[in-house]
Write a protein that binds this ligand. Structure first.
Ligand SMILES: [Zn+2]
Length: 365
């Protein structure tokens, strides 16, 4: 028996490639060594990398939801952040370049990365992983837009869908569509119009980063599939202040809509007062499984939780549980969950099968 496949619902791969020149065909150790030797600013600004293709193989990470992400200029912290936009045209250009980056990567390195925009692409990747006579397997990338300012108007969704985009989160910071992280607020008229148009195509709506009010309104309103690609349960962080993590009401709403929540192995989402530079002592993958368990208890089954690591998404090695060195270590969740009484089927569902069910159901044929 092989260990279960992992599906990771959130990694800012293109952002790292374009901002820091990271090459994810390399191993984690190689990237760390090269960045150290070259004096790259990546480790200082984004932490030491947690991702590399050999680690995807070792961890059996078969599919990644790979993001398009750029920073609104009012939240830009420093000049190293070149992926920042001041208006919708700039956002459109940056996000489109990131989507093109995934096309280029998968054209250039098809043995290592393949784009998944249709069900047949998914089945091709999974068939490869199921064939143990093969030495290595391609990682499937499903494009996910984080923050929707790049969609200049609803009719433009046609262009994005044709280019392979399948999932959209309306917010990072607040947008003209809705309230977002550190910008509370409701869904706007523009937001309602975009959701109506998204449903016509069948885009998956990602509620991560949406303010509670706009998330709840979207759960009521959106007629297409809903997820939270990367979010932990706010209820498990006593003293947590902020609107980045969903309260139980939003998680319940997602479960009721057959949604899935990807839990995040990021110290600040596991301990309320943790800040960059703090010790990671006592924060482990076991801490993360409390969030898995919380969601499963609310759902009454193990069908509504998965992983959304957000690795290399603004944090690195010094901000993840102490028992994680690379993405391959997410496989350590399997024995921890077994120890808590989860059976093989439930463990496989949590590590990857739930996201695969979502993709099989909602990707176009
Ligand atoms: Zn995010």
């Amino acid at each position: 028996m092989h260990p279960p496949l992992i599906v990771d619902a959130h990694e800012d791969i293109a952002y790292n490639m374009l901002t820091f020149g990271r090459d994810y065909t390399r191993s984690v150790a190689e990237t760390r060594r090269i960045e150290m030797a070259s004096g790259s600013e990546a480790p200082e600004h984004n932490g030491q990398t947690l991702i590399g293709w050999p680690e995807y193989q070792r961890g059996r990470v078969a599919v990644v939801f790979s993001t398009l992400f750029a920073t609104p200029v009012r939240r830009k912290t420093s000049n190293w952040d070149k992926q920042a936009y001041a208006n919708y045209d700039q956002a459109h250009r940056l996000y489109r370049t990131q989507l093109d980056t995934y096309h280029d990567l998968t054209d250039r390195c098809p043995d290592q990365f393949q784009l998944i925009t249709r069900r047949a692409h998914l089945e091709t990747v999974l068939a490869d992983w199921a064939d143990s006579s093969l030495g290595s397997h391609p990682v499937g990338l499903v494009p996910l837009m984080e923050g929707a300012e790049a969609v200049r108007n609803p009719p433009e969704l046609d262009e994005w869908w044709e280019a392979g985009l399948r999932m959209i989160g309306l917010a990072w910071a607040g947008t003209r569509f809705c309230g977002g992280t550190r910008d509370p607020g409701p869904l706007t008229d523009d937001g309602r119009a975009l959701l109506a148009a998204m449903a016509d195509f069948g885009f998956t709506l990602d509620l991560s980063h949406m303010d509670e009010l706009s998330a709840r309104q979207s759960l009521d309103l959106y007629e297409g599939p809903v997820i939270a690609s990367h979010a932990n349960a706010a209820a498990l962080l006593p003293g947590y202040e902020g609107n980045r993590l969903p309260p139980d009401e939003v998680i319940k709403g997602l479960i009721a809509r057959d949604g899935i929540i990807g839990v995040v192995p990021f110290c600040a989402f596991l301990k309320a007062d943790w800040k960059k530079g703090d010790s990671r002592d006592g924060i482990t993958l076991e801490t993360l499984t409390a969030h898995v368990d919380h969601i499963c208890q609310m759902a009454g089954d193990a069908r509504h939780v998965g992983l959304g690591s957000d690795f290399d998404g603004g944090f690195g090695l010094n901000a993840v549980p102490v028992d994680v060195d690379t993405i391959a270590d997410l496989q350590k969740l399997a024995p921890i969950l077994e120890g808590k009484g989860y059976n093989d089927e439930a463990v496989a569902a949590i590590l990857g099968e739930n996201w695969l069910r979502h993709l099989r159901t909602y990707l176009p044929t």
